[in-house]
Design a protein around this ligand. Structure first.
Ligand code: GUN
Length: 291
């Protein structure tokens, strides 16, 4: 059994990106620039946005955070998005989710210029992913596929079960892994809360991607010997000493001994999701997808 070290791979990729940024700057061009909009006071969102800004500075990008209070109007946010869309010195724009309840998430995400949509949430980019066209792949699917690539994990012809059908994880990762690509060429089954015989379906899988958001859902009797298990879950649970810890969707201690490869939580998929944003911002700066 090999533990997939997402933290290590993420640091390696950061060095690669930092080298590319140095090259860009040595040619006299400006550093890639990411803008983030944060509305409201969600502490988790605050942490995420600050981590993203820190990642940017570590690879030599510049970044800007635009903060709005909980009472911000949809119009105010859209005006800021339009301003950033029109700013040639900003390559990528993310709007941190969740938004305050009175704001329409889809109106906001649609307002982001798809050429700057480095989260890959705009229908243009999500649609291009579905068609197998070059696009900004959203963070978690991008991170998972990168782990398969970096660990040379064979995916061709494998039965892959994805548990969870969200727009930003389950369905895009299922789509990517079913494409005629490497990694890819999987036979993919998407399972969800209405799936019947989930245990049997999982027990037949060569690869399981657990992305349903239920702590320790995947247990040993649902996993066949030699399976590859990718854990996307990050549930914050309180320990006996009152401190919080992150728990994945996989009951790691009992599942890990059966696996050929498994991602831990934390330190597996999580660090890779942050890399995706850097990769996409670099692509935006280089105008790799859209001229
Ligand atoms: N909230 C939780 N995950 C994400 C993400 O990947 N991007 C944005 N913008 N918000 C999030």
């Amino acid at each position: 059994m090999q533990i997939i070290d997402g933290k290590k791979i993420a640091s390696e990729i950061k060095l690669e990106i930092a080298n590319e940024v140095r090259e860009i700057i040595s040619k006299g061009q400006r550093a890639p620039c990411l803008a983030a909009i944060l509305a409201g006071n969600d502490p988790a969102s605050e942490t995420y946005v600050n981590s993203k800004a820190k990642d940017c500075s570590e690879v030599g990008f510049t970044s800007k955070i635009y903060r709005f209070d909980e009472q911000v109007t949809e119009n105010e946010l859209i005006n800021k998005i339009k301003e950033i869309n029109a700013d040639d010195n900003i390559d990528g724009l993310i709007v941190q989710l969740p938004l305050p309840e009175h704001i329409s998430e889809s109106n906001i995400l649609l307002a982001v210029d798809y050429k700057k949509d480095v989260d890959g949430f705009h229908p243009q980019n999500a649609g291009r992913l579905m068609l197998g066209l070059p696009t900004y792949v959203s963070a978690t699917p991008c991170g998972i596929v990168e782990l398969f690539a970096r660990y040379n994990i064979e995916t061709s012809g494998k039965n892959c079960v994805v548990i969870g059908r969200s727009n930003i994880v389950g369905r895009p990762v299922a789509n990517l892994l079913s494409q005629r690509t490497t990694p890819g060429d999987c036979t993919v089954t998407i399972c969800h809360s209405r799936t019947k015989k989930l245990k049997e379906i999982c027990a037949n899988a060569d690869i399981i991607i657990a992305a349903l958001g239920v702590a320790e859902f995947l247990q040993a009797d649902m996993v066949k010997d030699g399976a590859v298990v990718i854990d996307v879950g990050i549930t914050r649970t309180k320990k006996q000493n009152g401190k919080y810890k992150l728990t994945g969707d996989v009951k790691f201690d009992e599942v890990a001994p059966k696996c050929s490869y498994i991602t831990p939580v934390p330190g597996g998929v999580g660090p890779m999701t942050r890399i995706a944003l850097l990769k996409n911002t670099l692509k935006a700066a280089k105008k790799e997808i859209y001229k």
